[in-house]
Ligand binder design. Structure first.
Ligand code: ACO
Length: 323
């Protein structure tokens, strides 16, 4: 039996920091409101000309270096993004070319803020099926490009960034507690389109469009859906919340993260949070949080890590990884 083991993580954030105070100079908001309602203090914004592929490439290079792999060791490169450089080709193929990867396959996965969990599930299934042995999963976004900077109810929530995780197939001879991805769980319900969408696209308006959101509606579903996804993940592996060493949630709102943590009875220090500094980086938020927690020595080999996310669609999902 093959299992997808994490060989290395990477992350990249644009240099430019935008604080809440800076935003308050252009829209009717305040640092106090944003911190109280969301937990966000600042976010990174890509420089002019700096694209999703640029951010993804940097994160990918770090993950490959940490894994001790070169680009041509990869059989598959998946980029989760809702903000591709171009309508086509896939941002993944652009990153593939820049890394010098001339074999294997590359494609994008689009599940907005659940994108990383979706891409991880695809990668894991390729590995389990024996169709790939080494896969790089990237989450990369430049949400600053699709925000309506006059809409205070959305522009304060998001930031730009990229994270990446390199996976390697390992034969675990049926050992249930062996390292690697134990299970992934994906869900969607397309009836919720209007709660969170971008009002543009090549086939509808021929414009890029802006993000539109019914914040309360998203909030209400987020806690329930992500909690259910975690319950399913624990049940599938005969685990209880007490078995979780690290909860690495999608970083959308501190109140959502806290509510899910409380439901699981997770001590706050076991929940990885980057939201205060990164804001919501959509598909990049989970791999960026993983990268940070691995680099600072919190997540170590053998830890049980639970990932969960939810995004436009709605899409949502979870994954359990024995690190
Ligand atoms: N600054 C000041 N006031 C604001 C701001 C702002 N940035 N944004 C909204 N307000 C105002 C509203 O206009 C409203 O004013 P009114 O009462 O005079 O009409 C008031 O604050 C309350 O607005 P609500 O939308 O009810 O505020 P709420 O407490 O729900 O917080 C928020 C809004 C932060 C967007 C919250 O609903 C939320 O986080 N929802 C989840 C959305 C999310 O995370 N989306 C990310 C993508 S999906 C995902 O990743 C899970």
């Amino acid at each position: 039996m093959k299992r997808s083991q994490v060989a290395g993580c990477g992350g990249y954030l644009p240099a430019r920091v935008m604080t809440n105070a800076e935003l308050a100079r252009t829209v009717d908001t305040s640092d106090e409101w944003i911190v109280q309602r969301t937990g966000i203090r600042e976010r990174r914004i890509a420089a002019e000309g700096e694209t999703t592929a640029d951010l993804g490439q940097h994160a990918a290079e770090v993950a490959l270096a940490k894994a001790g792999l070169s680009a041509n060791d990869l059989d598959l490169l998946i980029c989760a993004t809702a903000t591709p450089d171009e309508t086509f080709p896939a941002t993944a193929t652009m990153i593939q070319a820049r890394l010098g990867m001339t074999r294997g396959a590359a494609f994008d996965v689009q599940a907005v803020c659940s994108g990383f969990v979706y891409a991880l599930a695809v990668a894991d299934n390729f590995i389990k099926a024996g169709q790939a042995n080494r896969v790089l999963v990237i989450g990369a976004e430049t949400f600053s490009r699709i925000l309506d900077w006059n809409d205070r109810s959305t522009c304060v929530l998001f930031g730009d960034g990229a994270g990446a995780v390199a996976l390697e197939a390992k034969d675990v001879n049926g050992a249930a507690d062996a390292r690697g991805v134990l299970s992934t769980h994906l869900y969607s319900d397309g009836r919720h389109h209007d709660a969170l969408y971008v009002d543009g696209g090549p086939s509808s308006t021929q414009t890029v469009g802006h993000l539109r959101m019914q914040g309360r509606e998203v909030f209400r579903h987020a806690v329930t859906r992500m909690s259910e996804a975690i319950d399913d993940a624990l049940d599938a592996n005969d685990l209880t919340p007490g078995d979780i060493d690290w909860l690495v949630p999608h970083q959308a709102n501190m109140r959502i993260i806290d509510a899910i943590g409380r439901r699981l009875n997770m001590p706050q220090e076991r929940v990885v949070v980057t939201l205060d500094r990164h804001a919501n980086t959509s598909a990049a938020s989970i791999p960026l949080a993983l990268y940070e927690a691995v680099e600072d020595g919190r997540i170590t080999e053998g830890d049980l890590v639970v990932l969960e996310g939810m995004g436009g669609g709605f899409t949502w999902g979870s994954a359990v990884v024995r690190w």
